[in-house]
Design a protein. Structure first.
Length: 719
């Protein structure tokens, strides 16, 4: 390299560091504070701490739950709060198992659903729907008619995590401020009014439904609410079948609590101001938490959110001349808020976060990549570690699935709950792309630990783990066994084709779920994911001082390349020869793009063929059938093959399922008004487009057009 070129590169590098330090993070965040001016069921706002969230309407509380039930619901959900209907018929998961023979030399038992009436169908329905996430209770103003709410002026201050709402009801004026505690299931609010008012506490019976707000308001006899109130405190005891918990309400100001229904209480307040602290306690000892003024919780929220925004990765599109940049920045900032407020608790997140229930409130392990990858790329490894820790508790059940199907290692389930019970499904039980996620996420967690001093409040990430080496050793100890056992299943699942002298993947449903398990061989995304994850697992062995696994090396070297047709277009699977003439194969997720987008380039993938395939998909795919994460996945593919303008176009594609509401939620349709994998995918794609990926030689911001002056700091390259 000549001296002149070296000098230019050094100047550019220095300039990038100087420029990164100039970002006014608070100003960037502040220009995207959501502002609501009317009763709108899709404009709800959330305060939360990642494991507990409280979603409010335009009044700053949960005043109109029925009117918002078909929009962005007014949820009060915790990762710790689940309910199951009594299993009076003693259903078991074993009753849902069906035997399959995919030609691998052994019978495989899968948890299935059944259409025909009978005990098997009922058992599958029970196991699929139980346990379900539980709505803990509704806290709102005692206002009857949303049509009488006027002059709404509600803002979520993203930097402090506080919702402030001004409005009138008739002639009466209200001001409501609401925050969430950083480390507990506590919501605090301050209500001020120029007339008498009341705050209601309403409790519903769980619906147990697939997708709804989890509130059945017409079953008062099936659950009970008792309470004991003093002058400034009330302990409410809840019993819902076998589930019990408490709500402890403490207030400063004048108020009197009374019962107004079997499962409804009302705190009557005179004109003026009242401050409430509401703790949803899972254990009796929690009820002793001392009462604090609203200012205490507001300051705690502000400090927590200030640390979050001030540390980790950040990006500023304010210097980009393209008018679309402002909208992209809005989506990025709001997505960061939503993920931090709803998706970094002790369990993997569900599709709709802690806003309302979808798929019974259970989480889908094939979605953990989309929910969690961004935390590492945005230099927030401690937030990835929290939900990833759940996998250790789930290992025994995952190992049992592998054993009953005749495989070694552990096979991660698709749809599950905190107890790691597999949910029966005629699709999910046959998916395999959730399997490598543990390896991939552990790897990027390991990498992220080396790149920044962690500033989280989490004890394991502070003084005891003060150096990168300490943190990386902790990650190796914590996840090494899971990486090994996960790869062990992957190696056993791959079959050797002695005729073709290659390894194949079959007997599975790929990420593009329109394909069938019994007729699908070598789906492209899964092939390259197998290659990527087994390669990562080998690196883990070497880091631990172990020899390379010879079987894994053989599979890595002999995995089938992606299948293409005579027109040099990749197929949805090797067996999907009608990919470009059969609409089944051009609907749902264009998952084959993820083979070189989510995953790095390998010998299995030809970038030129992928570029040609991308052109066809871009112009002909049935995009209305796609999902929110398909757009960032497409953007990542565009970036890797050197099409940055198209990458931006993909992120902002004008499709309904790429809609981002005023609160930042990724709207899909009438059932999924919230879809958090879209938010997580957006953050992952943007980080990758800015910081690049392993082996990228395109310089800074390789996924953005050259005339986009994108400024960022603290982002890490993608594998």
């Amino acid at each position: 390299m000549n001296k002149k070129l070296l000098a230019i590169l050094m100047l550019n590098l220095c300039f990038s560091f100087l420029r990164a330090g100039e970002i006014d993070r608070k100003a960037v965040v502040g220009r995207h504070n959501p502002h609501v001016t009317s009763i709108d069921s899709l404009s709800s706002l959330t305060v939360g701490n990642g494991a507990f969230a409280f979603t409010v309407d335009a009044t700053g509380l949960q005043t109109f739950p029925r009117q918002y039930s078909k929009g962005v619901c007014l949820g009060t959900f915790s990762d710790r709060a689940w309910h199951a209907f009594p299993n009076t018929n003693n259903y078991t998961l074993e009753e849902t198992l069906v035997a399959k023979d995919f030609g691998r030399g052994h019978q495989e038992l899968y948890a299935a659903q059944f259409k025909a009436p009978g005990r098997q169908r009922d058992a599958a329905n029970y196991m699929r729907g139980n346990p379900h996430r539980m709505h803990l209770g509704n806290i709102g103003l005692d206002l009857a008619d949303p049509a009488r709410v006027a002059k709404v002026d509600e803002t979520l201050d993203l930097w402090t995590g506080k919702v402030t709402s001004h409005f009138t009801y008739g002639r009466q004026k209200y001001k409501v401020e609401t925050v969430c505690a950083p480390d507990n299931d506590i919501v605090a609010t301050q209500v001020e009014s120029d007339g008498r008012f009341a705050i209601t506490f309403r409790f519903a019976y769980p619906t147990g439904a697939h997708s709804d707000d989890a509130c059945d308001w017409d079953q008062d006899t099936k659950h009970s609410t008792t309470f004991h109130a003093t002058q400034d405190r009330c302990v409410i005891e809840r019993r819902v079948d076998g589930t019990t918990y408490s709500l402890v309400v403490a207030w400063k100001g004048k108020g009197r609590m009374k019962r107004v229904g079997p499962n409804m209480l009302k705190l009557e307040c005179p004109r003026g101001t009242i401050q409430l602290q509401c703790l949803f306690a899972q254990q009796a000892d929690d009820t002793r938490l001392p009462a604090q003024p609203f200012s205490h919780w507001a300051e705690a929220s502000a400090q927590s959110w200030g640390r979050y925004w001030s540390n980790g990765g950040f990006i500023d599109f304010g210097h980009v001349k393209d008018p679309r940049a402002h909208e992209l920045e809005r989506r990025v900032i709001l997505s960061q808020y939503l993920m931090r407020s709803q998706e970094c608790g002790p369990c993997p997140p569900q599709e709709t976060g802690l806003t309302y229930n979808s798929w019974f409130g259970k989480f889908h392990l094939e979605m953990t990549w989309w929910h969690l990858t961004h935390y590492a790329l945005w230099s927030r490894p401690e937030l990835l570690d929290k939900p990833l820790s759940w996998y250790a508790a789930a290992e025994p059940n995952a190992a049992a699935i592998a054993r009953r199907q005749g495989f070694k290692g552990i096979r991660w389930m698709k749809m599950t709950d905190p107890g790691a019970i597999e949910a029966p499904s005629n699709v999910g039980s046959y998916l395999i792309w959730q399997q490598p996620h543990l390896i991939y996420l552990a790897e990027i967690l390991y990498r992220a630990c080396a790149d920044k001093p962690v500033t989280s409040d989490a004890k394991a990430w502070t003084t005891a783990m003060s150096t990168p080496n300490d943190r990386q050793r902790m990650v190796m100890r914590k996840y090494g066994r899971l990486v090994e056992k996960t790869a062990e299943f992957m190696a056993d699942f791959a079959e050797y084709d002695s005729v073709g002298r290659r390894y194949i993947l079959r007997g599975c449903i790929p990420a593009q779920e329109t394909l069938k398990a019994d007729s699908t061989t070598n789906p492209p995304f899964e092939l390259n994911y197998w290659h990527t994850a087994l390669t990562m697992a080998q690196h883990w062995r070497l880091r631990e001082g172990q020899p390379r696994n010879a079987q894994w090396d053989s599979i890595i070297a002999q995995l089938s390349p992606l299948a293409s047709n005579a027109d040099s277009l990749y197929l949805a699977a090797e067996t999907a020869t009608q990919t470009y003439t059969d609409r089944r194969f051009t609907s749902d997720h264009p998952a084959l793009l993820g083979a070189l987008g989510m995953m790095p380039e390998s010998r299995l993938v030809d970038a030129k063929v992928m570029a040609h395939t991308l052109d066809w998909i871009w112009n002909h795919w049935n995009w209305p059938t796609s999902w929110g994460w398909d757009f960032p996945m497409t953007a990542m593919t565009c970036a890797r093959i050197g099409q940055p303008s198209r990458a931006v176009d993909a992120l902002l594609m004008n499709e309904q399922k790429n809609t981002y509401l005023v609160n930042g939620h990724n709207y899909q349709d009438g059932r999924l008004r919230v879809y958090m994998p879209g938010n997580g995918g957006l953050l992952t794609a943007v980080a990758m487009m800015a910081a690049g990926w392993d082996g990228c030689t395109m310089g800074r911001n390789p996924g953005f057009p050259q005339d986009w002056d994108v400024r960022w700091e603290g982002l890490l390259p993608m594998p």
